[in-house]
Design a protein around this ligand. Structure first.
Ligand code: CO
Length: 291
């Protein structure tokens, strides 16, 4: 199990490093997402969710679907990459500044992440980790995003059980040896809350039930992605576009799949993010650091 986590972690780290360098002015978001996803397959992994490239006030869940969106000078870009090997998931993200602005904001989430990682030892409470993240981000003069959190990971479960708060929430729940978490502080120039934005094109299965239509697509999704998030863009490679869109509309209406919304900051603050996947140990093991 740990071997699969380590392998997924190294592939995610390499794909992130590769993707970072592709983010440049006038390049389309879609071309970067596609190349990073291809890289993951080349390295022997599979995407645990669609590559996300969220700009500026969008904190997360921006999944490019067409050639329209490009990177512009001044953009602050969160690149979020997930890889799995047999369902063992590594989730990592970084923030790239197009044109070199907002460096303090990037440092704030990076420092908060490093502080949190050191505390990923058995017996630390979730509240202590959140308190550290909040303190560091506040010291930079920014706010952490309080309604986004790090998340426990289990096989084929991206959000399993416990959450790592990005603020002091007084939780006395203690970390246990061997637990796996994606730790992801977000720092913002805004109030520190995300709201639901436009539909993202990222979906996951909520409940398998017998359906009249969309059967073929649903069977494919179950087989290929299990419980993990996916995008309609991936399905277009296998099925005609009209079939994908009509099936998705039907499956969404029937409550079989749900679509995630984009997550913009409520007050339009600019957002940075840093993320690693960590196994709780006396000496915390960061699986998504390049070795
Ligand atoms: Co992530």
């Amino acid at each position: 199990m740990e071997t699969s986590y380590l392998k997924a972690g190294q592939i995610a780290a390499e794909a992130l490093e590769f993707g970072k360098k592709l983010i440049k002015e006038n390049v389309t978001l879609l071309s970067v997402a596609k190349q990073v996803e291809e890289k993951i397959f080349q390295l022997g992994g599979r995407p645990a969710f669609p590559v996300q490239l969220s700009k500026n006030e969008i904190a997360a869940h921006f999944c490019p679907l067409d050639e329209v969106e490009i990177f512009e000078n001044g953009d602050l870009v969160k690149l979020d990459v997930g890889v799995h090997i047999n369902g063992f998931i590594a989730d990592t993200a970084c923030t790239v500044s197009v044109g070199g602005g907002n460096l303090e904001l990037i440092k704030a989430s990076n420092d908060a992440l490093n502080d949190a990682i050191q505390k990923m030892t058995p017996g630390t409470t979730l509240g202590e980790i959140g308190a550290g993240i909040q303190e560091i981000i506040n010291a930079y003069g920014f706010n952490p995003i309080k309604n986004l959190s790090g998340h426990q990971i289990k096989q084929f479960e991206l959000h399993a059980g416990l959450s790592i708060p990005n603020f002091k929430n007084n939780s006395s729940v203690e970390l246990e040896e061997g637990q796996v978490f994606a730790v992801e502080p977000f720092a913002t120039t805004g109030e520190g809350f995300v709201k639901d934005g436009r539909p993202s094109g990222i979906y996951s299965i909520i409940e398998i039930k017998p359906t009249r239509a969309g059967r073929e697509i649903l069977d494919f999704i179950k087989r290929e992605y299990n419980q993990l998030p996916f995008t309609s863009r991936w399905l277009m490679k296998r099925f005609p576009e009209f079939k994908v869109s009509s099936s998705f509309r039907f499956l969404e209406r029937e409550g079989v799949v749900k679509q995630y919304p984009q997550l913009p900051e409520r007050s339009n603050g600019i957002v940075s993010q840093a993320e690693h996947t960590v196994i709780v140990k006396r000496k915390p093991l960061v699986i998504t650091k390049l070795i």
